[in-house]
Design a protein around this ligand. Structure first.
Ligand code: PDD
Length: 284
């Protein structure tokens, strides 16, 4: 039996329903999070739940639960579904009310949905590396909000998938921003470069953890937007995100990155990231 949460209550998946006038369904008017689960434990759960609250505030939505209450609910759902390795997805929308661009009144409560999914660590891809394409970033100017509106991301990811690639690396003109579903960093002469956490990217929790690791290990890093030319001259490129951890990118638009193999710095970050997971969630 699979269980989900609808409006705070754990239900059987088959009985869960959302109204057709839910604002998430009609407008994409809501926010979400995806949290990794290893050995039945959430990895960086608090960080994700704090970002969920921040995303909600940025769209002027008040969540009816505190991060602590949400953490408890997610733990309950993970236990109920006996999830070992996977993800927990949760979203809040601005509730159900007759379709109108104006926000509904304070009497309309947000709709809260959550479910779990078994997802293995992508070990083979992490070992061999993945391919990416380049695509113009056509998204809105508040990519820092983890909003349900993902059309720009989907169009780019679909293009990548049709080209047999894992990710689309997005750029606004000459400047690289992030990936369609992950953050992108490059390494040149031992220095890590990644876009600063502003309105043009989602400040990935994985990105933040990787940067923290770099600071602790005295691996040089610069948070600044790099150009397409810098990307194509990079020694190493990697993508980072909840489901993909630290993923080497070995080819961009058909051209090998460095020697076409995952590089030494990316390998080191992968190992340090895995150690961080094991420190928090136990042996992988
Ligand atoms: N995506 N940038 C974008 C556009 C993303 O969609 C994601 C994550 C990230 C990485 O963020 P984090 O490290 O916090 O997962 C960056 C999630 C997993 C998704 O939409 O499924």
């Amino acid at each position: 039996m699979e269980y989900v949460i609808v409006d705070g209550r754990i239900l059987e998946r088959a009985t869960a329903k959302v109204d057709i006038e839910d604002r998430g369904y009609q407008f994409g008017d809501g926010v979400y999070e995806v949290i990794r689960v290893y050995n039945g434990k959430m990895f960086t759960g608090k960080e994700h739940l704090n970002r969920l609250v921040e995303s909600a505030e940025k769209i002027r939505m008040q969540l009816p639960y505190s991060p602590e209450q949400l953490e408890e609910k997610m733990e309950e759902l993970i236990a109920k579904n006996e999830l070992e390795t996977g993800t927990v997805y949760m979203q809040f929308t601005r509730g159900t009310s007759p379709r109108n661009h104006v926000f509904p009144g304070a009497d309309i409560a947000p709709t809260f949905v959550a479910y779990t999914r078994k997802v293995p660590r992508p070990e083979e891809s992490m070992e061999k590396g993945v391919r990416a394409i380049l695509d113009e970033d056509i998204r809105w100017l508040r990519c820092d909000i983890k909003s349900l509106n993902l059309l720009g991301n989907l169009l780019s990811k679909q293009k990548a998938a049709e080209a047999g690639c894992f990710e689309a690396i997005l750029h606004r003109g000459e400047k690289v921003t992030e990936g369609s579903h992950s953050n992108i960093s490059i390494i040149k002469d031992g220095v890590i470069l990644t876009h600063p956490a502003d309105n043009f990217i989602l400040n990935g929790i994985t990105r933040q953890k990787v940067l923290e690791i770099c600071r602790n290990e005295q691996i040089p890093l610069e948070e600044r937007a790099f150009t397409l030319d810098e990307l194509s001259a990079a020694d190493e490129v990697f993508s980072s995100g909840t489901t993909v951890e630290v993923m080497p990118v070995v080819e961009v638009d058909g051209k090998p990155v460095g020697n076409g193999e995952p590089g030494a710095v990316t390998r080191k970050l992968q190992a340090l990231f895995k150690a961080e997971i094991e420190r928090r969630c136990g042996k992988l």
